[in-house]
Design a protein around this ligand. Structure first.
Ligand code: SF4
Length: 331
């Protein structure tokens, strides 16, 4: 996990929620980092902790019932957990912005799209209304929407176009980091690729770092530099994209790869990962993946594996590799 300059560093992050069924362990001892201009993919099933991690970065964990119980989140040298509300508001939008799955959760249906982009610009910048309007129009053009449509309301746009408006708002202040949470899942399949291509282009144009939350390994291969495979609230494998695709190592990652269709084989059935992830309120003894793991050993039922570096940039949380070099930092 070496990186010259870290933009975001998460250490030992734990997030819990109090529910009627007990404490839900949403994120458990999560460690991650992202450098300038890097794109990190968060991959995992629903409930793996991907969105909760994003919300923790944004300071949007509803407290109560949620709580960050341990760890640190450092962004560009600043502590994001203990920051004042005023400083957080300044960072959000200006330095970190988020693209949500459903554009309608981000857009105000009663405001014209240009006004929504202008609002973001004027919130963070001393600028005249006229100049803000011009910037908003330029941003619309940048995301492929004609400036003639600046006075339209969100309902006058298709799903893909609405998401383009959201992208324009996210880019309004040229943030250093964009968190994109399944940004194309709510869109028609035919336009998913176009929107993803736009995000990729703009990210490269502005040199923005990005966390891309997805369950689509194809998108990760195309866009991301590094990938964190998440399972039940923690990272089980972390590496540059090429290394994970060349050598998926954690049994869960291998299961994910086996469950996607391959064009070069004639297999009729895809392999599935048997069983279900644990309930978030359940404390699993030993390795959290052991009830589903085809390689489970006795030790896996009793002890938690630590993260093991199987190359300078590739780490895996699994006992299968722990004896290889005697490493491991069980947490
Ligand atoms: Fe499977 Fe054991 Fe590795 Fe967990 S530690 S993934 S149970 S082999």
């Amino acid at each position: 996990m070496e990186n010259e300059k870290k933009l975001l560093e998460i250490k030992d992050l734990c997030v819990t929620y109090k529910t009627e069924d007990g404490t839900c362990y949403a994120v458990n001892n999560l460690n991650l980092e992202i450098g300038n201009q890097e794109t990190l993919g968060f991959v995992g099933e629903t409930g793996a902790g991907k969105t909760t991690t994003a919300m923790a970065i944004m300071g949007l964990i509803p407290t109560p019932p949620g709580k960050i119980t341990n760890g640190s989140i450092t962004f560009d040298g600043r502590d994001l957990i203990h920051i004042s509300d005023k400083d957080r508001r300044k960072i959000l939008g200006e330095e970190i912005s988020m693209i949500f799955q459903d554009p309608m959760t981000s857009l105000n249906p009663t405001m014209r799209v240009a006004d929504q982009i202008m609002e973001m610009i004027q919130l963070h910048k001393e600028i005249s209304k006229k100049d803000a309007y011009e910037e908003a129009c330029q941003l619309l053009e940048l995301v492929g929407i004609k400036r003639e449509r600046a006075a339209d309301y969100p309902h006058q746009f298709s799903g893909g176009m609405k998401q383009r408006v959201v992208i324009a708002i996210a880019l309004a202040c040229r943030p250093k980091l964009i968190i994109a949470d399944e940004p194309t899942t709510a869109l028609d399949v035919t336009i998913q690729a176009q929107v993803m291509e736009l995000i990729k282009e703009l990210k490269e144009k502005f040199g923005t770092s990005m966390i891309l939350i997805t369950h689509d390994l194809g998108i990760v291969a195309e866009i991301c530099d590094k990938v964190a495979i998440m399972y039940a609230g923690g990272v089980v494998e972390y590496a540059p994209v090429k290394e994970i695709y060349d050598k998926p190592s954690h049994p869960y990652t291998i299961g994910l790869f086996n469950s996607i269709p391959k064009l070069d084989t004639e297999e009729e059935w895809l392999e599935e990962i048997h069983g279900l992830p644990p309930e978030p309120t359940e404390k699993v003894e030993g390795c959290i993946f052991h009830p589903r793991c085809p390689k489970c050993m006795e030790i896996c039922k009793k002890k938690q594996p630590g993260l093991v570096n199987i190359s300078p940039t590739h780490s895996v949380r699994c006992f299968l590799y722990e004896n290889a070099n005697g490493e491991g930092d069980a947490k």
